[in-house]
Write a protein that binds this ligand. Structure first.
Ligand SMILES: Nc1nc2c(c(=O)[nH]1)N[C@H]1C(S)=C(S)[C@@H](COP(=O)(O)OP(=O)(O)OC[C@H]3O[C@@H](n4cnc5c(=O)[nH]c(N)nc54)[C@H](O)[C@@H]3O)O[C@H]1N2
Ligand SMILES: Nc1nc2c(c(=O)[nH]1)N[C@H]1C(S)=C(S)[C@@H](COP(=O)(O)OP(=O)(O)OC[C@H]3O[C@@H](n4cnc5c(=O)[nH]c(N)nc54)[C@H](O)[C@@H]3O)O[C@H]1N2
Ligand code: SF4
Ligand SMILES: [Mo]
Length: 683
């Protein structure tokens, strides 16, 4: 029996794996003592072993034959020799930045750390970024500005049970983190209130005492309107604002013109509902605001999060027990993945790459000259947009992202990928992106390897190996080390995860996300350790901000923000709002879950309201066509009364949704506007 954690989302539910018949069978069992999920798992967790031994599992490296265009089997040595030789030639001809690296928030901390080191040390390229940019980067950017640190939840998730009012802005956690929904039930049993803000009445909204249904992309005006009402009601905690924050005067002025009727015109949320929410917040002792992708994946995502943080700060909540603001991070290692150097502007320990002291520290750990470390690179979408262009990357290594399905404006992105001289994809299955690659490298997955992940609470946990990998398959750590050696790097690239973690801990020491005091043994004993944990005696930090914030003066910063609206607004040609998101039984691009026999894989669908359906003459279950300025999708419609009549929803787990989405980026986080664009729909 091996204690480990689910391969999917950021809850990182604890589970036990029982291997039988000499490793031929593997069964998921509950691990009731692990506090985050208390033995509960969602359907994806219970069925997670379904990819093991799957006939579509990759088990041998593949190289595209120039003559036939087909992928053919090659040995590991031939594959890695070929990749290293091509990368070297491309860099000799076009410079170091001609090679790009694209990582993923599903990678363990050890992999993310060494992938960043591969880029900065062995390849000397600035061009590394990852799919986490599309996930929580707006909340990260806002958290850094307001609190001086970016940890999704600055408190354990279970704390929300003890709050009085919980506001969920753009989170459908009943379907995206099902075991977390029990906190909502317990909160309500205690007499607390749940508020859900979503253009769709989701299973999460079904648990709400108050449900607001705004036009997609209007959470920012909504927050400005709430703050306006709180000010007018005298509900601002002036003592807290005076002693623990700076910048409120600008914010107070900036919300003066956001009276409820103006917010109603923009957001479609009635002024009376806004007042109800403001009253609820004014009278509560403890308020917790949580944002997720619905609020964040917008061209104004960072400003939106800042505006909701301003609401929490004005009420005096951040740092108070069972209250405050948090972001529900998404991928398994969405949190750790952004702390150890696969983001274009960061070095390990959440250090900034343009900070000379940070460069000195990390260069010393790596045994290189600080000046040899490249500077800041391009953000994920900008990187993809530059592929194969003049001065852009000519080769790219992809570890743990299925870009062809999950990138915005995906038809364009697939064109850019096709323009590369060399695309290398390391994956466990033949994803849509791997299918485009010149070299495919088959890697181990979760139960077959050991490594740490950092869950949405900042809790560093250990996924332990339960079974041997299939023959022919290697870990990403082996791939990284194998390439680094062939590229002539003399730096250390450990393939043992525990050794890699020890180096990561050193590199992170003194940084914002300090792991220096964390070891595998401690994690095993303590059900995970919360960062920052600077030394072996330190207990770890489940709760941040009780006494001070991570800013220079220890105060939280109010940042005044304005709303200019979504980048693309409906017009006569494209009259409805398109939004996208998730369903319970599928995960992300679906590369893994679409192949699991016990999960329904019924393809993309278009959710729309009966009023819209009758206007276009569509009937439930029949195909409709959604078009945007980027592309078109034909899929069966689901006619539901739970969505706004002016909005359609498409899940992104299948090829299709992202042919439609817009590539407008948030100016600060570079987050794409996945959650709203203008569309037309016809039957
Ligand atoms: N089943 C499942 N669970 C997952 C994942 C998965 O793929 N499948 N992925 C994991 C990952 S990486 C992530 S990031 C999380 C995401 O977790 P969530 O953020 O909960 O998931 P989404 O479905 O993307 O978006 C949440 C809600 O936002 C709403 N929404 C759309 N536009 C807007 C808007 O403008 N404003 C507001 N307020 N709401 C809006 C949608 O209707 C949707 O119900 O889930 C994680 N868990
Ligand atoms: N329209 C729309 N698009 C979206 C979103 C949305 O809400 N709407 N959400 C965005 C968000 S929040 C996210 S997080 C992204 C996610 O989108 P993707 O980056 O595509 O995420 P996954 O499908 O998880 O892709 C992970 C890939 O890595 C493989 N893999 C799994 N484990 C490993 C490993 O250890 N090593 C290697 N090398 N490979 C591995 C899997 O088989 C899979 O092919 O999508 C974004 N795209
Ligand atoms: S909620 Fe997330 S971590 Fe938990 S079992 Fe489901 S997918 Fe896995
Ligand atoms: Mo995500």
């Amino acid at each position: 029996m091996t204690r480990t954690h689910c391969p999917y989302c950021s809850l990182q539910c604890g589970m036990s794996l029982a291997s039988g018949r000499g490793g031929r069978t593997l069964e998921v069992l509950a691990w009731p003592e692990f506090p985050v999920n208390e033995g509960a798992l969602c359907r994806k967790g219970w069925t997670a072993t379904g990819l093991r031994g799957h006939r579509e599992r990759l088990t041998t490296p593949l190289l595209r034959d120039r003559a036939t265009g087909e992928l053919r089997t090659v040995s590991w040595d031939d594959a890695l020799d070929h990749v290293a030789a091509r990368l070297t030639t491309i860099q000799e001809q076009h410079g170091n930045d001609a090679v790009a690296v694209f990582g993923g928030g599903g990678l363990t901390n050890e992999k993310a750390y060494l992938l960043g080191k591969l880029a900065r040390v062995a390849l000397g390229t600035s061009r590394i970024d990852y799919n986490g940019r599309w996930c929580m980067s707006s909340a990260a950017s806002a958290g850094n500005q307001a609190f001086g640190v970016d940890r999704g939840l600055p408190f354990p998730l279970a704390d929300v049970e003890q709050t009085d009012v919980l506001v969920l802005v753009g989170s459908n956690l009943a379907e995206t983190m099902p075991p977390a929904a029990r906190h909502l039930d317990r909160l309500r049993e205690r007499g607390g209130k749940v508020v859900v803000i979503d253009p769709r009445r989701t299973p999460t909204a079904d648990r709400a005492d108050l449900f607001l249904q705004p036009v997609p992309g209007t959470d920012l005006p909504l927050a400005l309107g709430i703050l306006h009402l709180l000010g007018a009601a005298g509900a601002v905690d002036e003592d807290y604002v005076a002693t623990r924050t700076t910048g409120f005067d600008d914010v107070r002025r900036s919300v003066a013109s956001w009276w409820p009727e103006r917010v109603e015109r923009v957001s479609g949320v009635e002024a009376t509902e806004l007042r109800t929410l403001a009253d609820l917040l004014s009278s509560a002792e403890k308020v917790t605001v949580l944002t997720a992708r619905g609020a964040e994946q917008h061209s104004e995502g960072t400003a939106t999060v800042l505006a909701w943080i301003n609401v929490a700060l004005a009420l005096g909540m951040c740092g108070k027990p069972s209250a405050g603001y948090g972001c529900l991070t998404g991928q398994g290692n969405g949190q750790g993945g952004r702390e150890h150097g696969q983001k274009s502007d960061q070095l390990p320990g959440y250090r900034m790459i343009d900070d000379p002291a940070a460069r000195d520290h990390v260069a010393r750990v790596w045994g290189v000259e600080p000046a040899s470390l490249p500077g800041k690179g391009l953000s994920a979408y900008e990187l993809l947009d530059a592929l194969g262009t003049e001065g852009g990357p000519r080769a790219m290594l992809v570890h743990a992202s299925n870009i062809v399905v999950s990138a915005p404006n995906a038809v364009h992105v697939a064109d850019r990928l096709a323009a590369l001289d060399l695309l290398v994809v390391a994956d466990v299955v033949m994803s849509e992106t791997a299918a485009m690659a010149d070299v495919v490298l088959p890697v181990t997955q979760w139960a077959e390897e050991t490594g740490t992940m950092t869950n949405l609470e900042g809790r560093v946990i250990l996924r332990q190996q339960a079974v041997a990998p299939p023959e022919g398959v290697r870990s990403d750590l082996d791939v990284i080390a194998g390439l680094a050696a062939r590229l002539g790097s003399t730096a250390a690239f450990p393939t043992d995860p525990e050794e890699a973690f020890a180096e990561l801990a050193l590199a992170s020491a003194g940084g914002r996300a300090d792991y220096a005091g964390i070891t595998y043994d401690r994690i095993r004993e303590e059900h995970g350790v919360f960062w920052p944990c600077p030394d072996a005696e330190h207990p770890g930090t489940p709760r941040l901000f009780a006494d001070s914030f991570a800013t220079a003066d220890g105060r939280a910063r109010f940042v005044a923000v304005e709303s200019v609206g979504a980048a693309e607004q409906p017009d006569d040609d494209y009259p409805v709002h398109l939004t996208t998101g998730r369903v319970l039984a599928q995960y992300q691009s679906g590369a893994q879950t679409r192949r699991i026999a016990d999960l329904p894989d019924d393809g993309p669908f278009v959710e729309l309201h009966p009023l819209l359906a009758s206007r276009i003459g569509a009937r439930d279950g029949e195909p409709v066509v959604v078009t945007t300025r980027r592309g078109e999708l034909k899929a069966p419609c689901r006619v539901v009364t739970t969505i706004r009549p002016d909005t359609v929803f498409v899940p992104f787990h299948w090829v299709g949704a992202n042919r439609l989405t817009h590539d407008a980026l948030d100016p600060s986080s570079r987050m794409p506007a996945f959650k709203v664009c203008a569309a037309a729909v016809r039957s």
